[in-house]
Design a protein around this ligand. Structure first.
Ligand code: DMJ
Length: 452
């Protein structure tokens, strides 16, 4: 495997020179200057969207064309980006964005949408936008959307179907996974509290409990579950995509709502994950895959999506494990100067080489810095941001990479880049724009506040 040059160079220096004369310590990070760079680059991406894709879901950052997920726009990028604009103090842009959402966002559409994505991006974005701006139209739209999503929960188990038609309420998609069945309580719960309609909280909580109750005897969940029968269709367990935010919402449900059932479910789940998924290998901490019934290791893979876990560990009080895992994530990043989607950490070989501009590793850096105040996390953030700009910036915005090995760009800029990736970079270097203890982030980095 071809390692990144700088990484090679550092290793070579470390081997050849005595410790006292080893490489100079990294220069201190100028957080204010970094924050200004992050803001300028965020604006570059936002202005690209504004110029080439205004009113559509997303910008294609290489062809400079708009893209709509379902053939008609649900304003994915404007809703996802709104709270980042507000946090960065970009008031003119935020007002223009809000005016677009107020006047154009309409959910009365004959389209089958993916409940998980619409919930975390749109419902989460509208609620966060409402709490930050107090614009009542945003809450009205959130309630309309939440109501249209409710039929998804009408399965025999209470586990939601994956797709629902926004106009007719018709559902489909019986084989789901814990991330999709268990990542609803923050948004639906907040909606329930803000509208005074407990049905939203109740349905999402039932789905979360229904997922938890089907855990195996050793406390793990699998990667596929049938929402009509409750039977597992895939017994592979991990903290990765398809399960990831199920863990996140167990803890955050406790944090945001003080719901003791969530705390109980979290405690049982995290101890099983730490026992069966954590993998101490050559002094490094990773989290791999295991069979949910036997605990047998099935894969030694960890990737860009898993990299949220240090942040969650830190937020839930386990800073020690969080710091070790974050070091592993950063090692993964430095192999090629940008992280791959999936890495076999025992072989140190890439299993999937794309980079979708994901935020998780930055999110964890932000949490680790918040809890430790260790400047090394600012240094990590600076390295990652430098690489991110170097390889992913395009004329019109930011482009995903087809391969972190070749660095060839791909014509995709998902809305989470503006909701999450830039937001976590910003908050790492400009934490004063946030009252950390008053806020819980949903899995799309939308800020929810307990105002009830
Ligand atoms: C986001 O939509 C959310 O963070 C989700 O939980 C996982 N995937 C993307 C970002 O990578």
């Amino acid at each position: 495997m071809k390692m990144r040059f700088a990484f090679h160079a550092i290793c070579a220096i470390a081997l050849l020179v005595p410790a006292a004369a080893s490489a100079a310590p990294p220069s201190p990070v100028d957080s204010a200057a970094m924050a200004a760079r992050v803001k300028a680059e965020f604006l570059h991406a936002w202005n690209g969207y504004r110029q080439y894709a205004w009113g559509h879901d997303e910008l294609k950052p290489l062809s400079k064309k708009p893209f709509d997920w379902y053939g008609q726009s649900l304003l994915m990028t404007p809703v996802d980006a709104l709270d980042t604009l507000v946090l960065m103090g970009l008031n003119r842009e935020a007002d223009e964005d809000r005016a677009l959402i107020d006047s154009k966002l309409d959910f009365d559409k004959d389209i089958d949408v993916k409940v998980f994505e619409i919930n975390i991006r749109l419902l989460g974005g509208l609620l966060s936008g409402y709490q930050l701006t107090h614009d009542p139209v945003l809450l009205k739209k959130a309630e309309d959307l939440g109501t249209r999503l409710l039929p998804a929960f009408d399965s025999p188990t209470g586990l939601p179907y994956r797709f629902v038609n926004l106009r007719t309420g018709k559902v489909h998609g019986t084989v789901s996974n814990p991330a999709e069945t268990g990542t609803l309580i923050l948004e639906f719960g907040t909606l329930g509290k803000l509208t005074g309609k407990p049905v939203f909280y109740a349905k999402a909580k039932r789905a979360l409990i229904a997922t938890f109750e089907r855990r195996s005897k050793i406390g793990l969940v699998g990667a596929g579950i049938n929402v009509e029968t409750g039977a597992w269709t895939d017994t592979d367990s991990s903290i990765s995509g398809g399960i990831d935010s199920y863990y996140e919402y167990l803890w955050k449900c406790w944090r945001l709502f003080g719901d003791k059932d969530c705390l109980r479910m979290w405690k049982a789940s995290i101890s099983a994950a730490n026992r069966y998924l954590a993998d101490d290998f050559h002094g490094e901490l990773w989290y791999g895959h295991a069979d949910m019934n036997t605990g047998r290791r099935t894969a030694t893979e960890y990737g860009a999506l898993d990299a949220f876990f240090p942040g969650l560990l830190a937020l839930s009080g386990d800073v020690k494990r969080a710091a070790r895992l974050q070091d592993s994530s950063f090692r993964m990043w430095n192999l090629y100067g940008i992280e791959p989607e999936v890495l076999d950490y025992r072989a140190m070989k890439i299993a999937y080489d794309g980079y979708a501009l994901r935020p998780e590793i930055v999110e964890s850096t932000f949490y680790l810095h918040h809890y430790t105040h260790d400047p090394k996390y600012l240094g990590m953030g600076r390295t990652m941001f430098d690489d991110f700009v170097k390889y992913c910036r395009s004329d019109a915005g930011y482009a995903a990479l087809k391969s972190v090995v070749t660095k060839q760009q791909k014509d995709d800029m998902e809305s989470f880049v503006l909701a999450e990736t830039f937001k976590y970079y910003w908050l790492l270097f400009h934490p004063q724009s946030l009252d950390f203890n008053a806020v819980t982030f949903n899995t799309e980095a939308h800020l929810l506040r307990r105002t009830w």
